[in-house]
Write a protein that binds this ligand. Structure first.
Ligand code: HEC
Length: 151
């Protein structure tokens, strides 16, 4: 009985040490409010997964620096379309995008086929592209949000 209580205390100590270590790291990353701690670590993990998806599925057209190719593939870096049309952008990735769109004052009229990604993968890649190359989006995109977006 005594022995197991000892183990319990040690375990609890270990857990609490571990936790404060983790929180310290995250706090250094962003600010100290509890909700933003949770969000920033979630965002970081999502962006890491999103970067892998970007490299596998998007980089050939939109390029590693997100700048795209003039007249052919629109930029994602500092794209007004992407940053001001969250829902439309998710729709484009989910179902494909064709026809005329204007991105940063340039007209594109090309085709992006649907990429066959799952909703959680779309959320991850959106979190990556809306927070890279000078883009910044403080509202985490979730699998649930993506799942609700219909054609
Ligand atoms: C085969 C080339 C190609 C691939 C691969 C591709 N795209 Fe696109 N993307 C395009 C084209 C072309 C358009 C514009 C379509 C149009 O003219 O209507 C576009 C448009 C977009 C847009 C909206 C316009 C903008 O610039 O903000 C987003 C967001 C986007 N793509 C994200 C992605 C993501 C994320 C991936 C990978 C999961 C991806 N694309 C893969 C070619 C591609």
């Amino acid at each position: 009985m005594k022995k197991s209580l000892g183990y319990l205390i040690i375990t609890l100590l270990l857990i609490s040490c571990n936790r404060s270590e983790k929180n310290k790291d995250i706090t250094e990353l962003k600010n100290s409010e509890e909700t933003s701690i949770n969000q920033s670590s979630e965002l970081k993990a999502s962006m890491e997964r999103g970067k892998i998806i970007y490299t596998d599925f998007c980089v050939t057209c939109h390029l590693p620096n997100g700048k795209g190719v003039p007249k052919a593939f629109p930029p994602l870096a500092k794209s007004d379309y992407l940053m001001n049309n969250r829902e439309e952008s998710i729709k484009s990735i989910k179902y494909g995008q064709s026809g005329e769109i204007t991105v940063n004052g340039e007209i594109y009229n090309n085709v992006m086929a649907p990429l066959g990604l799952e909703d959680d993968e779309i959320a991850d890649v959106m979190n990556y592209i809306t927070n890279s190359w000078g883009n910044s989006n403080d509202k985490l995109i979730t699998e649930e949000e993506v799942s609700k977006i219909e054609r």
